[in-house]
Design a protein around this ligand. Structure first.
Ligand code: NDP
Ligand code: MG
Length: 383
């Protein structure tokens, strides 16, 4: 029985993680659930899964949550500091980080500091502070299990290969809903169009990142830290069917791929149950329904976010942190109809060009770079 904390339990990954728990009650027990402000959904989850405690972001709603959960012996807290304390609770074995964006960094570090295993969905944490986070995990002997489907695929390909060096990895990308479109066509894209992903149903931020290909750039940076790779060992290939979730090539030239229908429950369950593969009744992949698996080069000229992210990966230091902060603001502004689809890249590039490069940033430097990038981005596009 693994005792789990789910940070961001009301989101896309969080609710799918709870489906996994519901299907495997003899393997998982929920100890902590957290959300930002969707407290009604959180209360419902808490009444079903009976965690020890819940933490919400919005303190104004705490009395209501306490009222609903007190009689059931479930403790309720609010705020970022409470979240950092809650992840350290003694009866937690593994923390699933399924909140979105930079907000995931501090609670992830707090969980590592407390010696908890991490099932990492919140890729932004590794993008921003991969060096510090992986160093902290090594120092504490904490394992970070990837939840992102591509990284889970690579991790699954590496099982039994721990002493064999990786020659390169191939990250697959669906190409998003606008694959093949020209820049002129992209200029007029609305948020309603961008929020429809062909193969995956996900939270709003990652859905927009998938449409701009920023998501694949963030994933390349995430892969660097998870698997200790150089930038030139990471190849990206567009595979529109999303059946091969990623591949690893070893030094003898052999290439392994992990395949399956696109369903995040599999990587979530693999991360939580590792090293065990638990039986499931989910639909199985059938080759005859996919007579052609196709592959093509990503278009980094049209999808400039990918080029910017790969440049930040090469540059290192605080560049990925600046990229991430500017992108978080850009996505937020696009979702508010304040900027167009292509202007998201303009905003990211604007911040990358202006913020001073720091080669070996401390945690304080990263918080400062994050704040500075957000300020610059908002200054350029007044709300
Ligand atoms: P969602 O937007 O669906 O969910 C985010 C969750 O985090 C919600 O529970 C939300 O609470 C909570 N949250 C958001 N901001 C804060 C904050 N500042 N403080 C505390 N809690 C907060 O996101 P997804 O589930 O799509 O994504 C989560 C992470 O997983 C992201 O980093 C994403 O990149 C990654 N990921 C997601 C995949 C997917 O299929 N969805 C695939 C691979 C990776 P509330 O509901 O109250 O707003
Ligand atoms: Mg992914």
């Amino acid at each position: 029985m693994k005792r789990i904390a789910i940070l961001g339990s009301t989101g896309s990954i969080g609710t799918q993680a709870l489906e996994v728990v519901r299907e495997q009650p003899e393997h998982f027990q929920v100890e902590l659930l957290t959300c930002g402000n969707r407290v009604d959904a959180l209360i419902e989850q808490a009444l079903e899964f009976k965690p020890n405690a819940v933490v919400i972001g919005d303190a104004a709603q705490l009395p209501r949550v306490k009222d609903a959960l007190f009689a059931h012996g479930i403790k309720a807290y609010a705020g970022a500091e409470a979240l950092e304390q809650a992840v350290a609770m003694e009866d937690i074995d593994i923390v699933l980080t399924a909140l979105v964006g930079f907000a995931g960094l501090r609670p992830t570090l707090a969980a590592i500091e407390a010696g908890k295993s991490i099932a990492l969905a919140n890729k932004e944490t590794l993008v921003v502070a991969g060096d510090l986070v992986t160093k902290a995990a090594r120092a504490k002997g904490v394992n970070i299990y990837p939840v992102d489907s591509e990284h889970s695929a690579i991790f699954q390909c590496l099982a039994g290969e721990w002493s064999n060096p990786i020659e390169k990895i191939v990250l697959t990308a669906s190409g998003g809903p606008f694959r093949g479109k020209s820049r002129d066509e992209l200029a007029g894209i609305t948020k309603v169009q961008a929020l429809k992903h062909p193969n995956w149903e996900m939270g709003a931020k990652i859905t927009i990142d998938s449409a701009t290909l920023m998501n694949k750039g963030l994933e390349a940076i995430e892969a660097k830290w998870l698997f200790n790779l150089r930038a030139d060992q990471i190849e990206i290939v567009v595979h529109p069917q999303s059946i091969i979730h990623s591949m690893v090539q070893f030094r003898d030239g052999s290439m392994k791929a992990q395949m399956g229908l696109p369903d995040m429950k599999l990587p979530i369950q693999y991360a939580l149950a590792y090293p065990e593969r638990l039986p499931t009744t989910w639909p199985r992949f059938d080759f005859t329904r996919y007579p052609a698996l196709t592959f093509e080069q990503p278009d980094t000229v049209t999808f400039r976010n990918l080029a910017l992210a790969l440049a930040a990966l090469d540059q290192g230091g605080n560049a990925p942190c600046v990229l991430n902060a500017a992108n978080e603001v850009a996505v937020e502004l696009f979702l508010k109809d304040a900027i167009g689809f292509l202007e998201m890249s303009d905003l990211v590039e604007h911040c990358l060009q202006r913020i001073e490069h720091i080669t070996n940033p401390s945690l304080d430097d990263l918080f400062a770079s994050d704040a500075e990038a957000r300020r610059l981005a908002r200054e350029r596009v007044p709300a």
